[in-house]
Design a protein around this ligand. Structure first.
Ligand code: SF4
Length: 487
């Protein structure tokens, strides 16, 4: 059952990562803190920062909770150092326990702190192989497998270890690691999850400071400039020599997650060389051109439908207004309502405005529908508030297949679009009409080539062999590593 904090019953992203090499900056841990703060939407279960002084030891603080809950002034002051990495997490592999919070720190033949966004599809195989070699594990997360592969690797140079390990892992991994003297970032050969490079220009002859983050919105908050995306299969090193790059795992086919453009990433981030707010507005324009309808007013489902609603209203020449007021203070710790109140549950998050929607033929814009529970309630609330007609416009195609690449989605059977026509979904949620943006429309809006992206949750065409969706069951079970593996 969806909880209140999960009002959109939608997919949840797994993680956000950050890394910076900034010797001499007294505010190092503060830079990491604010970068994570900007990435909070990518994971709200745990947060952590690890720092190191050049040649010294690695310090780490991580815990369950939001960035603002995990860290206080005293903790940030204690995290001294010259380089840092950070992480926010929502778990898809491994349960939500303290041990699974990141950065993970392993101290085997070398010390490695690691922050990972993604999902290894050969985690069980790699884990078994390592346990047979006697490598102990503390957590149930696939991310510790990457840390262990690197911390036990025989190569003298950690970059050579990364280059080797990168070719042995399969799946999605945008990863940032830290040793006592460098930060290394790398991305899987398909580039499934995002990773960007930023720079704080040096002032008065000081060297430039480089950083990496899941999204460019993290750079804006710390005075860094977005430089470029880390390329799929690329290894980037930040150390005393500045920034170095090696393409260590070129792939014939890239497969960046197209859902990042539509849903996961913050609208002020830049991906695929464009500001997502702008791309999302284009999605709204194309939605209108694909299926216009006679209507009086366009309203977004806040905030997920805001940008597309603006684009749609502009293209349609229709007025746009707020049909709902959103309570922005519904926290994850919110006390769940009892059974009697549950049917009003969504009102704790959204309250419709009868004066705005009453008697109107509405176009209601949102970015996705997964299970449909929330959408059904939204349509009903609008009808109760007096709406004459409710026409739903969704800025993504129907979600019909699960994700194996780091996004937690419902199972296929729970997805309302699975096995139903668009008309049947419209009837299920009680809308007068429903239109989903076509895949062609998505690629037109993001100005990208389909051949360089993953759209498996819409199309069922998985870019990695072994993750084909198999008749309503997960082809690959969620990896829950055996408890016996813990130390
Ligand atoms: S399956 Fe969907 S959510 Fe998962 S990586 Fe592909 S496009 Fe993204």
């Amino acid at each position: 059952m969806a909880t209140l904090d999960d009002h959109r019953d939608g997919p949840r992203d797994e993680c956000g990562v950050f890394g910076i090499y900034a010797p001499g900056r007294e505010d190092l841990s503060r830079l990491a803190y604010f970068a994570l703060y900007a990435l909070q939407h990518r994971g709200q279960e745990s947060a952590g920062i690890a720092t190191a002084q050049l040649g010294g030891s690695v310090l780490a603080i991580r815990d369950q909770g939001l960035v603002s809950q995990v860290f206080n002034e005293h903790m940030l002051r204690s995290l001294v150092g010259d380089l840092a990495i950070g992480h926010v997490r929502y778990s898809t592999t491994g349960s939500s326990e303290w041990e699974n919070a990141q950065p993970i720190v392993r101290d085997d033949s070398r010390t490695i702190a690691l922050a990972h966004n993604g999902n290894l599809i050969n985690a069980v195989e790699l884990h078994t192989e390592m346990r047979e070699r006697g490598v102990p594990f503390r957590s149930t997360s696939d991310s510790e497998i990457i840390a262990a592969l690197l911390s036990t690797h025989p190569a003298d140079d950690v970059e050579d270890a990364v280059a080797d390990v990168l070719t042995r892992m399969r799946g999605a991994f945008s990863t940032v690691i830290m040793t006592e003297d460098r930060v290394i970032a790398f991305r899987d050969p398909q580039g499934l999850r995002p990773l960007a490079l930023g720079k704080i220009p040096g002032e008065h002859g000081a060297p430039d400071v480089y950083c990496v983050a899941s999204e460019s919105c993290a750079f804006d908050l710390i005075g860094a400039r977005y430089e470029r995306e880390v390329a799929p299969g690329e290894l980037i090193t930040l150390d005393a020599e500045g920034m170095r790059s090696r393409l260590v795992a070129p792939a014939q086919r890239h497969a960046f997650c197209v859902f990042e453009y539509i849903y996961f990433a913050r609208p002020d981030s830049i991906m695929g060389a464009q500001r997502l707010q702008v791309a999302r507005a284009r999605m709204g324009e194309i939605l209108w051109s694909e299926r216009p309808v006679e209507a009086d007013l366009v309203i977004p489902v806040p905030d997920s439908g805001n940008a597309a609603a603006r684009g749609l209203a502009r293209a349609a020449g229709l007025p746009q207004d707020d049909g709902f007021i959103k309570n922005r203070y519904v926290a994850r710790t919110f006390i769940q309502p009892g059974q009697a109140l549950r049917k009003h549950g969504l009102r704790l998050k959204f309250n419709p405005l009868p004066e705005v929607v009453g008697g109107k033929r509405l176009i209601v814009v949102d970015d996705s529908i997964v299970r449909g529970n929330t959408t059904r309630q939204i349509v009903q609330m609008l009808r109760d508030a007096g709406a004459a007609e409710v026409h739903l416009r969704i800025s993504s195609p129907p979600i019909k297949h699960p994700c194996f690449y780091g996004i937690d989605m419902s199972t296929r059977e729970e997805m309302i679009a699975h096995g139903r026509s668009v008309e049947e979904v419209a009837a299920e949620v009680g809308a007068d009409s429903l239109h989903y943006l076509s895949l062609e429309g998505v690629y037109k809006a993001v100005r990208g080539e389909r051949s360089a992206h993953c759209d498996a949750c819409f199309s069922g065409e998985y870019p990695l062999a072994g993750t084909e969706d198999s008749g309503g069951k997960f082809a690959l079970e969620r990896v829950e590593l055996p408890l016996a593996a813990r130390r």
